[in-house]
Each structure stands twice: as C-alpha cells, then as structure tokens.
Design a protein around this ligand. Structure first.
Ligand SMILES: Nc1ncnc2c1ncn2[C@@H]1O[C@H](COP(=O)(O)OP(=O)(O)OP(=O)(O)O)[C@@H](O)[C@H]1O
Length: 560
C-alpha cells in the first residue's frame, strides 16, 4: 500500500501509478486501449478536462520511506521554483517522511523572453517580429522543455501554446539554435529530421508552419516543411530530398504515408509534438498515429515489444503533447509515450504522475469536500476558455436562426464572425441566405478543395468576408486574432467542442462574444453546457439593434 499524505486543501487517495505496468503491455495494445478509453469517457461521462481530474500536490514515498520515481523526477520543477516567486506555500505535514512540493503555487510570469534561457539569435528574431513578453504558459513551458522534459501543455485557447513548444525547439534545431558556447554540454550532431509536429488538420498544420517561418525569417524558410494531405505528395517528397528540412509539420495521414514509402527518415528525430493531442487520439487517426509513435525518434532494430528496448527507446525523443482540453486518456497516453512527463499549465508545472482519473479537483480555485462532481468538472472546463469571453444563448425557431444571427452581428457590430454549423448542406443554405441579405459571407468545410479553403481563409482574414460559416474543421487551432464573435448556429456536441469553437474569439486577452442559437426544445442542452463549463450562458434577445439579456436568466445565471 502506498501511503497517502494529506494536504491542507486536498485529500486524495490515489491509484497506484500505472507507468511500470504499462511498459509490459505492447505499445500497439495500449495505444488502442487509449483510443477506446477516449471514446468510453466521451460516451459515458461527457467530456473530461484536466482540471476535472484529481491532483496530488504532494510527494509520495514508497513503503520503505524512500522517495519514489515521482519525487526523483522533480529536480526540474525545483529548478523552476528557484526561478520564480512562490506566491503561496502549502505546508504539508506528513507522517514522518517527506519533503513537500509547492509546484502548483509557483507563479510563472517572465517579463521577457531573455529570462527563459533562449539563445540570443532567437530573441533577436522575436524582437524583430514585435514579440517581447512571453505569455504565462510560454514562461512555464519554455524552460521546462529546454530541460529535456516530456510535457503535456494545457492552457486555454489563444494563450500562445504554439510558441510555447516552437521556441524551445528552435533553440536546439536550425539556424537560430544555441551556439556551442551557449550550451551546457556538447552540441548535438546534425541529424536529418530533428522535429516532427503533427496536427489534426491541414489548416492547423499550415498555420504552425507559418508561425515557424515567421520566427525563422525569410532566409531560413526551408528549415521547415509542411507535409499535409490534399497537396501533391511527390512534390513534398521532392522538397524533402532537395531542401533537407530539419523540421516537418504535417497531418497524420500524409506523414505516415511518406514515412511508410521510405521517403521520410525520422528515427533519429529529437522532438515529437502532437498539437491538439486529444483530437489526434480519435479513432480516425489511430493507424497513422500508431506508425508515427512507433517511428519518430525510435531507433530501428530494437525489439518493439521488449520492456528493455522500450525503455531505451523512450529516452530517444522528447514528446510534447498540446491542447486546451486534455481528457484523462491523454494523461495516460503521455505517461506511456513519454518518460515521467510533466503537466505544464499557465501557472503551474506538476508531475503528470500526480493526476488521478477520479475526483475532479482544480487547484487554481479553492474547493471543499462538499463540491459536487459536476461543479468540479465545470471548473475544469473553464480552464480551457479565455476568461475574457462573454457567452449568451438566444432562443429562436430553426427557420429564423440565420436572420437572428444577422441581427446579432449588427447589435454587436461584429466585424469578424465565425458561425458554426454541423451539416454542410445547411451551411451552404445559410451562406446563400446571408448573401441574399447583403452580408459578405463564405463557406469553409472539408468538401472544398485545398485552394478554395485557403482562398476563403485569406479573404476572411483580410476582411473581405465578414461571416465565415464553417463546421468542426475550423473549431480547433484556427487563429484569426480579430475574430470578435462566434455564433453556434447549431449546438456543439459537448462542452469540449463548445470550448474549442468558442476559443476562436477572445484570443490572447482580446474581447470576444459567443452566442449560441437554439430552439426552445434545445435549451436543456445549453443548461447542461453551462453546468459542465461552469459559466453563465444567459438568454438574450436582439431588440432595436441591441443585445438584451432576458431578466429571468440574469437572475438565474447569477446563482451559478
Ligand atoms: N508572447 C506573445 N506575444 C504576442 N503574441 C503572441 C505571443 N505568443 C503567441 N502570440 C500570438 O497569439 C496568437 C494565439 O497563439 P496560439 O495560436 O499559439 O494559441 P493557442 O493557445 O495554441 O490556441 P488554440 O488552443 O486555440 O490552438 C497567435 O497569433 C500568436 O502568434
């Protein structure tokens, strides 16, 4: 039995850490079990996010009173602690053994990128792009990744998670990397592909490529190459051969296809990043993700099923998992794919081992034992949404939804609107109606060709199109800073989908509004979302060009 220690705020008796056990299971078997777990969670309990999970903010010990693996791996977080100011100290008195951790209470807020251990060349590039101050999640993630830790990065939409992993990678890979004298040890030998970044959609992968190119500068564009589906594969293979990029960014299908054809050599790759990892765990990507996880940063010739070879293989690459929403399936996958991974959030870095599948606890908010599971789960999902967002719902008949949206756009004087629908046919009809009423609208969905999709996105970004009517394709990752209104013309399937859709507005601290249109019979779904998200979504109407919150709802939501 593992003794559990009580903190002043938490009392959680834990599961035994499954990591060692997992090492005995063939990788294929556990990958598939992760996938089915994700589906199980979604089906049975609705969406789970990280903060809906339990944390042990304590160090554990073995029966003999020796520190266990969790304790030993915390030297890094100790280092981080020394760099930051602890805002609160939890004095944990335990049964005779044990140091304590205050990792969760440390405040990570660097005032400049130069405080984070990045090379000068990279900081110069950041400055020339007008990037001076890191966001909270960047302050926490960059030094952690630079210490070669496997990590799961979780923070709300639009908080800058891309640069949080991109900068430490560019610090070690490509022309801006640390000079030998800036490093602690010997410079690494140049390998072929040094970093692989996987994203679930073409648009997101292309956006990540643009972010890399922006930081690398025009002279170094060839360091990074995109391998996305829907584009000419032989041209991509030719570019790989000619340009010898150090970093590739792509979608699972295309990366695994080119890898299977023997045209992509990633065995000595140092970084594997899975952006929107919870989406990448979905059934659709299972085969391709399996291949990527088996090959990237894995030396060939090793026995894929032996425990020893798996351990040595695990040390070969650094695995970085990223999303605003992290269900427990991701936590388990991270433990299996990585080596003692850390969870990095905006203001805390904690060992992933300390997260439990039960008892949703959010350490950033005071809690007590009387909190219901749904309340705690709600707090969890809130962490995936920017705090500056305003949420409303509007009850309307199905046939009036588009007109109501038009009035909503006028009432809020929104300039960049993203409207989500679930079916392509209805989506096209909505665009038709909007255009007929003189609004500049365009459709964006998977049935469109690559060129049409990128042209539409460009038009939306440069303001030619005011309302982008789209589906789940655009819910994740799409970064249009100016987007000031998100409208759900159809309800999202669950709170996680709501969070990603909503997160297209209010990016990086900007203001944003989310309005969900629903029929009378659908109001119960909105009520459920309110509970799961732990935030008020009051009813509103659009009267005389103004958004008016319904009186009853104002009172109800105040009680939330
Ligand atoms: N330190 C910074 N200073 C200024 N702008 C930044 C900084 N970090 C990131 N940004 C910008 O903020 C925007 C949002 O960043 P990013 O897309 O990485 O967010 P995200 O957390 O990954 O969001 P999502 O979860 O929706 O994918 C981007 O346009 C990015 O260039």
């Amino acid at each position: 039995m593992m003794p559990a220690v009580m903190s002043s705020r938490l009392l959680i008796f834990g599961e035994s850490v499954p990591f060692q056990k997992l090492l005995h299971v063939s990788r294929k078997a556990w990958f598939h079990s992760r996938v089915s777990f994700l589906h199980q969670v979604d089906r049975d309990h609705g969406p789970l996010t990280l903060a809906s999970l339990g944390f042990r903010n304590i160090q554990e010990t073995t029966d003999e009173g020796k520190p266990n693996k969790v304790m030993l791996k915390n030297s890094h977080t100790e280092v981080l602690k020394s760099r930051v100011k602890a805002v609160k100290s939890n004095v944990i008195k335990s049964t005779g053994m044990q140091k304590q951790e205050e990792i969760e209470s440390a405040l990570f807020a660097a005032k400049s990128f130069s405080e984070l251990g990045l090379p000068h060349s990279l900081i110069e590039r950041l400055e020339s792009e007008g990037l001076r101050t890191p966001t909270d999640v960047q302050s926490a993630a960059i030094p952690t990744i630079l210490k070669n830790q496997d990590v799961v990065i979780q923070s709300y939409t639009g908080s800058g998670k891309t640069l949080a992993y991109l900068l430490p990678i560019l610090s070690e890979v490509g022309p801006l990397k640390k000079k030998p004298f800036e490093r602690d040890g010997e410079p690494n030998k140049k390998t072929n592909i040094e970093a692989v970044i996987v994203a679930p959609s073409r648009e997101l992968a292309m956006q990540i490529v643009r972010e890399f190119e922006k930081i690398l500068g025009p002279a170094n564009k060839k360091v990074v190459q995109q391998l996305v589906g829907g584009a000419n594969r032989s041209r991509q293979e030719e570019a790989l051969r000619k340009n010898k990029p150090s970093i590739i960014v792509g979608t699972p299908g295309r990366i695994s296809e080119i890898s299977a054809a023997g045209k992509l050599h990633t065995h000595s790759c140092r970084y594997l990043v899975l952006d929107e990892v919870d989406e990448l765990l979905s059934f659709n990507f299972r085969e391709d993700m399996h291949r990527i996880l088996e090959h990237v940063g894995r030396r060939s010739g090793a026995d894929p099923h032996g425990q020893k070879s798996q351990l040595s293989k695990q040390a070969d690459r650094q695995t970085i998992l990223v999303s605003a929403t992290v269900p427990f399936s991701v936590v388990r996958a991270a433990r299996s794919w990585g080596c003692d991974p850390l969870l990095v959030q905006a203001k805390k870095v904690i060992p992933l081992e300390s997260i439990l599948p039960s008892g949703p606890i959010n350490l950033s908010k005071p809690t007590n034992s009387t909190n219901s599971a749904s309340n705690l789960q709600s707090q969890a999902t809130v962490e995936s949404l920017p705090p500056s967002l305003k949420h409303y719902h509007c009850v309307t008949k199905l046939q009036h939804k588009v007109d109501t949206m038009r009035r909503c756009v006028h009432a809020l004087d929104a300039k960049y609107v993203i409207a989500f629908m679930n079916q392509t046919k209805q989506l096209k009809d909505a665009v038709f109606k909007l255009e007929a009423r003189g609004m500049r609208a365009a459709e964006l969905h998977g049935d469109l060709g690559k060129l049409a999709r990128s042209t539409t996105l460009k038009k939306f970004k440069n303001g030619e199109v005011r309302i982008l009517v789209t589906n789940e394709l655009s819910a994740r990752g799409l970064d249009v800073a100016e987007c000031d209104l998100v409208v759900n013309l159809d309800l999202p399937t669950d709170a996680i989908h709501y969070a990603h859709r909503a997160g297209r507005t209010g990016r990086l601290g900007r203001k944003g509004t989310v309005v969900t249109m629903c029929e009378e019979r659908e109001v119960f779904v909105v009520n459920k979302l309110q509970k799961q998200l732990g935030l008020p979504i009051p009813a509103c109407e659009f009267v005389e060009g103004k958004l008016i919150v319904t009186k009853d709802d104002e009172e109800k939501t105040l009680k939330l």
